[in-house]
Design a protein around this ligand. Sequence first.
Ligand SMILES: Nc1ncnc2c1ncn2[C@@H]1O[C@H](COP(=O)(O)OP(=O)(O)OP(=O)(O)O)[C@@H](O)[C@H]1O
Ligand SMILES: [Mg+2]
Length: 385
Amino acid sequence: MTAPPRILQREETLDPAFLPPRLVRRDKELELLTRRYREALTKGIPFHLLLTGGVGSGKTAIARRLASDLERSGRLGDFPVRSAYVNCWRRASDRTVMLDLLRSVHVSLPDRGYSLSEMLDVFEQGLRRNPQHLLVLLDEAAALVRQETKLVYLLSRSREVELGSISLVLVAVEDLFPYLDPASRSSFGVTHRLALAPYDRAALREILEARAQLALRPGSYDTEVLDQVAGIAAPNGDARFALEILSGAAHVAEEAGSAAVSPEHVRRTKGSLLPTVAEDHLEALSTNQLGVLLALSRSLKGRGATVPSQRLRSTHSVLLEELGGAAMSRTTFWRTLKELERDGLITLEPGATGESSRIGMDEMPASFLATLLEERLERVRSRKP
Ligand SMILES: Nc1ncnc2c1ncn2[C@@H]1O[C@H](COP(=O)(O)OP(=O)(O)OP(=O)(O)O)[C@@H](O)[C@H]1O
Ligand SMILES: [Mg+2]
C-alpha cells in the first residue's frame, strides 16, 4: 500500500513568525498607518503610534507589514526608511532594548558600563553614518513601559532632522497610555493610537483559507473544516490559535495516515491544545444530558463537524431503546440541548431556511468522549436499583 501524499506541503508558512504576503481584512488599518507615517516622514517629522489589540489580532503582522511597506517606498523627503524590530518581552529593560537597537545600526557595544544616554549617543553616531528615517518597532512593549522606561521618551524626542528621524511603533495587548510618563503621553495622543478589533468567525475563516492555500496540499482540506476551526477560535478572535489548530490538525491527519484533514482531527488537536472539558465536568451531567451527548458523539464520530438536529434526535431515540430507557419528548430533547450549550459542551447553529439546526461538539475527539460517556452512563445505571 502506498502512503497517502503529504498534507503539509509548505509547513514553514504555518509558523507563527511567517509574515503572510497579504493581510486579510486589515487593509483599512494598514492604509491608515502607512498614510500617517508617510505624510510625517515626507516632511522630515517623526511619527509615533501605539498599536493595541487582543492576542492573535494581527498586531505583530501589521506592524511588520507597515515597516516593510515603508522601507520599500524608497526615499521619503530626503531619506530612505529603515526599520528595527525588537521584541521587548524577554528584553524588558531600556539597556537590553538599546543594545538590540545598536545592533540594528551595526554598532556593537559590550553589555556593561555604558549609561543609557551614552548608548544613545553611540546610536546617533551609527545613524549619522547612514542618514535614514528609522522606524523602531517595540513589540510586546508592556513589559518595558511598565518599568517606567526612559527609552520611549528619549527615542520619541530624538528628532535630529539632519540625521533623518526616529519614529516609534509601540505594540501591546493593552492600552499603554496610562503607564507612559506625562512627557511621552503627548506623543501618543488620540490620533496616535490604533486599536485592532478582534477577528470574527468570517474573518478567521478567510485567514485560514489564505494560509491553507499556502501551506496545505489542494484537496487535503475543505471549507467545513476551516469553518470548524474558525468557530473554535472565534470567541477570542485569535488568529494565532486558529492557525495553531489548523497546523496541529494537519499533523494529526498525516500521522493517522489520512489524505485529508477531517473534523475529528480538528477535535483531537483542540483537545490536546486546550483540555477544556475535564472528566469531572462530565460528572455533573444529568442522565438526560449524558444520553444526548453520547448520541452526539456517536453521530459525529469519523464524520462531519456538525449534525442536523433531526438526525441527532433519531440517533438518540435508537440509543435510548438500546439502553432500555423511556423515549424523550421533543421539548425535553431541546431543553437538554440548550443546557449542554449553556455549559459550553456543544454548539447550536441555526440551519438554513427549511433545514433543521446543526449541532456541533468541538471540545474533544468524539471517539474519546463516547468512551468516557459510555463508562459514565454504565456507572449511573448500575447505581439504580
Ligand atoms: N489579517 C491577517 N491576515 C493573515 N494572517 C493574519 C492576519 N492577522 C493575523 N494573522 C496571522 O495570525 C498569527 C497571529 O498574528 P500576530 O502574531 O500578528 O498576532 P498578535 O496580535 O501580534 O498576537 P500576540 O498578542 O500573541 O503577539 C500570525 O501567524 C499572523 O500571520
Ligand atoms: Mg505579536
